[in-house]
Design a protein around this ligand. Structure first.
Ligand code: NAP
Ligand code: MG
Length: 402
C-alpha cells in the first residue's frame, strides 16, 4: 500500500504523562503505517518546557501561526506538587494559556457521539459545540470587600484627564464590590472566530447574554456580534443556509435543553465555563470531548479536552495495565489532518481522517471499548480492552474500512 503524501507539515505539540504514552501508540499504529506523516515536532513535555524556560511553548505557537494547523497532546499545568516532582526552575504558566494568548483564539468544544452512550438529555441527537470567550469579565476582576458605610464609585479617567463617574452604591454597612472589563478588540476576535467556525462546520450559531439587565456591558457584546455579522458574514451564512441567532441567556438555556443539538453555542467567559461542563457531562464523558482553538486569522490547534490522565500514568509506570480512552486524542489528530488536507487540497488525507473517526466510533459500537466507556455504555457485554489493545482494535476496524 502506498502511503498518503502530505505537502505542509503539521505542528506537532507532544505532551505529558499517559497522553504522551497514547500519543506515540497512536502515531505508530494509526498514522505512520498509512501516511507519510510530515510534522514539525515541539516537545511540550514538562521536562523540556523547563529546560527551555518555556520557550518551546512560545515557538510552537508561533509555528502554528506560520503553518496554520497544529495538533496538541495534553500537558501538565504546574502547581506546587509538580514543582518538586519535576524539580522545576519556575512554576511555568499553563501552555494552553500561553498558546491561546499568542493565537488570540477561541476554544470550541464538541462531544463525540457513539451509539450505546446515550446523552442524559434524551432529545439531543447531534453534538452541541460550545464556543467560550476566553478573555476578561470576572476572570480579570478587581474586588473590594467593603468594610462599612461609604460611597462606591466607578471612575474612568481618559488619557487627557477627563473623567466618567458613576455611583455604584451608597453603603450603609459592610458589603462587596467588583470591577470587571472587556475590550472591543477581544470581543470582535471572539465574534469572528465564532462566525468563521460556523461557516467552516456549516452549523447555526447561537449567542446569548443578559443584555436586558446589563444594558451597556452585555449589550456591547450583542452589538459587536450583530455588526460583524451584518458586515462580514451574513451573505455567506445565507449562501450556506445557516443561521445566526441571538437571544437572552436564560432563553438560550431552555432552548438548548429542548433542542436536537447540531449547532454552536457562543458563550461569554463565565457562561462558557459553567455551560461547557454541563454539556460535556450531559453527553456522557470528558474523554469523548474534542477541543479546537481557532484564531481570528485562520490558525487551528486541535486537542483532546481532557488532561494528562495522571492516575493512569502512575499505574503505567508501576507496570500495571491501563485502560485509557484514546479517542479524543485520535480526534485531535484527525481534526488536524482533515484541516491540513482541506487547506492543501489533498482529498485522500481528508478521507483518511474521516475513515479513522468512523473506525473509532465503529469499534466502540461493536462493543470493544476502554473501561470508563464500558461504565456508561448500554452495550450488553462490552469487551474491555487495555490502552494499546483498544488502539489495535481501532486499527483493525480502520483496515477494514480502507
Ligand atoms: P484529567 O487528566 O482529565 O483526568 C481526570 C480523570 O478523568 C482521570 O483520573 C480519569 O478518571 C478520567 N479521564 C480523563 N481522561 C480520560 C481518558 N482519556 N480515559 C479514561 N479516563 C479519563 O484531569 P486531571 O487529573 O485533573 O489533570 C491531570 C493533569 O492534566 C494536570 O496536571 C492538569 O494540569 C492537566 N490538564 C491538562 C489539560 C490540557 O492540556 N488541555 C486539560 C486539563 C488538565 P479515573 O482516574 O477515575 O479513571
Ligand atoms: Mg470550568
Amino acid at each position: 500500500m502506498t502511503k498518503i503524501q502530505m505537502t505542509t507539515p503539521l505542528v506537532e505539540m507532544d505532551g505529558d504523562e499517559m497522553t504522551r504514552i497514547l500519543w506515540k501508540m497512536i502515531k505508530d499504529e494509526l498514522l505512520i503505517p498509512f501516511i507519510d506523516l510530515k510534522t514539525e515536532y515541539y516537545d511540550l513535555g514538562l521536562e523540556h518546557r523547563n529546560e527551555t524556560d518555556d520557550q518551546v511553548t512560545v515557538d510552537s505557537a508561533n509555528a502554528t501561526l506560520k503553518y496554520g494547523v497544529a495538533v496538541k497532546c495534553a500537558t501538565i499545568t504546574p502547581n506546587a506538587a509538580r514543582m518538586t516532582e519535576y524539580n522545576l526552575k519556575e512554576m511555568w504558566k499553563s501552555p494552553n494559556g500561553t498558546i491561546r494568548a499568542i493565537l488570540d483564539g477561541t476554544v470550541f468544544r464538541a462531544p463525540i457521539l457513539v451509539k450505546g452512550i446515550v446523552p442524559y438529555v434524551s432529545n439531543w441527537k447531534k453534538p452541541i459545540t460550545i464556543a467560550r470567550h476566553a478573555y476578561g469579565d470576572v476572570y480579570k476582576n478587581v474586588e473590594i470587600k467593603v468594610p462599612g458605610a461609604g460611597k462606591a464609585e466607578l471612575v474612568f479617567t481618559a488619557e487627557d484627564g477627563t473623567e466618567i463617574r458613576e455611583v455604584i452604591h451608597n453603603f450603609t454597612g459592610s458589603g462587596i464590590i467588583q470591577g470587571i472589563h472587556n475590550t472591543d478588540k477581544s470581543i470582535s476576535s471572539f465574534a469572528r472566530a465564532c462566525f468563521g467556525y460556523a461557516i467552516d462546520t456549516k452549523q447555526d450559531l447561537w449567542f446569548a447574554t443578559k443584555d436586558t439587565i446589563s444594558k451597556k456591558y452585555d449589550h456591547n457584546f450583542k452589538d459587536i456580534f450583530q455588526e460583524i455579522y451584518e458586515n462580514e458574514y451574513k451573505a455567506k451564512f445565507e449562501e450556506l443556509g445557516i443561521e445566526y441567532f441571538y437571544t437572552l441567556i436564560d432563553d438560550a438555556v431552555a432552548r438548548v435543553i429542548r433542542s436536537e443539538g447540531g449547532f454552536i453555542w457562543a458563550c461569554k467567559n463565565y457562561d462558557g465555563d459553567v455551560m461547557s461542563d454541563m454539556v460535556a457531562t450531559a453527553y456522557g464523558d470528558l474523554s469523548m470531548m474534542t477541543s479546537v482553538l481557532v484564531s481570528p486569522n485562520g490558525a487551528y490547534e486541535y486537542e483532546a479536552a481532557h488532561g494528562t490522565v495522571q492516575r493512569h500514568y502512575y499505574k503505567y509506570l508501576k507496570g500495571e495495565e491501563t485502560s485509557t480512552n484514546s479517542i479524543a486524542t485520535i480526534f485531535a489528530w484527525t481534526g488536524a489532518l482533515r484541516k491540513r488536507g482541506e487547506l492543501d487540497k489533498i482529498p485522500e488525507l481528508v478521507s483518511f481522517a474521516e475513515k479513522l473517526e468512523q473506525a473509532c466510533i465503529k469499534t466502540v459500537e461493536d462493543g470493544k471499548m476502554t473501561k470508563s466507556l464500558s461504565l456508561i455504555s448500554t452495550c450488553e457485554n462490552p469487551m474491555i480492552l487495555n490502552s494499546l489493545d483498544f488502539i489495535k482494535a481501532i486499527r483493525e476496524t480502520l483496515e477494514g474500512l480502507l
